[in-house]
Design a protein around this ligand. Structure first.
Ligand code: CP
Length: 306
């Protein structure tokens, strides 16, 4: 059984992660349109009150392929805008027949409060600067499917790790997956401390590229920085840390990015359009991973009915 609340990667066991990878690969081989052939009596609600293109629409597409019913609750157009709490919203949706909700919110750790008695199954679609577990899982799937399984390897996460929910989820997953991580970026953008031995710090991007098997770039998240001096900061960052053809010369490292990118800041246009870039592959594999996850929740629901 999957956890009723998937807040972070550590809510899953290693065995569950491996099973999700296997199912996602099976869905990819079979073809997502061939997986479910009849409409199923299972309803998922999307509750996104932070902007999203990749996460939201890959869940939408996954739900369509699985032939589940879907409700798209847009917080600004719902009674949440009148002050209704998330808890009351979830109980209301449950009374309307919703079985599962995928939630993106700016409040970090909010789903934690539902762990004892969740109204419906909950999947974290990204909560503030806290966690983004399905992004980390789809990144792992993408790496495996590109022949770049990070097990026993080193991944350099370059950019604004401190404010990145993706980093926080990747660090949990990579610890379980026996993957070393180099956190690289300006000192002000790196976490102040991490207790795990699989993580090291590096302030020199050339050294990080040299030591890593895989590069994982992050966007400088100007919406999460106070008093952000955008023009200077971006230019300074690009000069010191941008991944471009010059820096990759002779070092053919695959380049991952969860998106969206600040093109010409953390990544050059040439690299983004080049053969080492895996960002669009991540977007593709998001469908297989999220289908696998949603299908597993559906099976748990059917078992619970028996
Ligand atoms: N990777 C990611 O979460 O992208 P979106 O914000 O577009 O969903």
């Amino acid at each position: 059984m999957l956890p009723r609340v998937l807040e972070s990667v550590t809510d899953l066991t290693l065995e569950q992660i491996q099973e999700l990878m296997s199912l996602a690969r099976h869905i990819k081989r079979k073809g997502p349109t061939q997986f479910a052939t009849t409409q199923l009596d299972f309803t998922a609600a999307l509750i996104f009150d932070e902007n999203s293109t990749r996460t939201k629409f890959s869940f939408v597409k996954s739900l369509q392929y699985l032939r589940f019913h879907t409700i798209d609750l847009i917080p600004d157009q719902s009674s949440m805008q009148k002050g209704e709490t998330l808890e009351e919203t979830l109980y209301t949706l449950k009374a309307q027949g919703v079985n599962l909700a995928i939630i993106r919110r700016s409040i970090p750790g909010e789903l934690h409060h539902f762990k004892l008695a969740p109204p419906v199954a909950l999947i974290n679609g990204g909560d503030g600067m806290h966690q983004h577990p399905t992004q980390a899982l789809l990144d792992l799937l993408t790496m495996m499917e590109n022949g770049e399984n990070p097990k026993g390897k080193t991944v350099a996460i370059i950019g604004d790790s401190r404010h990145s929910r993706v980093t926080h989820s990747l660090l949990q997953l990579f610890e379980m997956w026996d993957t070393k991580v180099i956190l690289c970026g300006p000192q002000s953008s790196l976490p102040r401390s991490y207790s795990s031995g699989h993580i090291s710090w590096c302030f020199d991007v050339a050294e990080a590229i040299e030591k890593a098997d895989i590069l994982y770039l992050l966007r400088m998240q100007n919406e999460r920085h106070a008093n952000f001096q955008q023009a200077n900061f971006f230019a300074d960052y690009a000069a010191l840390f941008q991944i471009n053809e010059e820096r990759l010369k002779g070092r053919n490292r695959p380049v991952y990015h969860p998106g969206p990118s600040n093109i010409s800041v953390e990544i050059s246009k040439e690299v983004l359009k080049g053969p080492l870039y895996r960002g669009y592959s991540q977007v593709e594999h998001a469908i297989y991973l999220r289908m696998a996850l949603l299908w597993s929740y559906y099976l748990d629901h059917k078992r619970g009915e028996r």
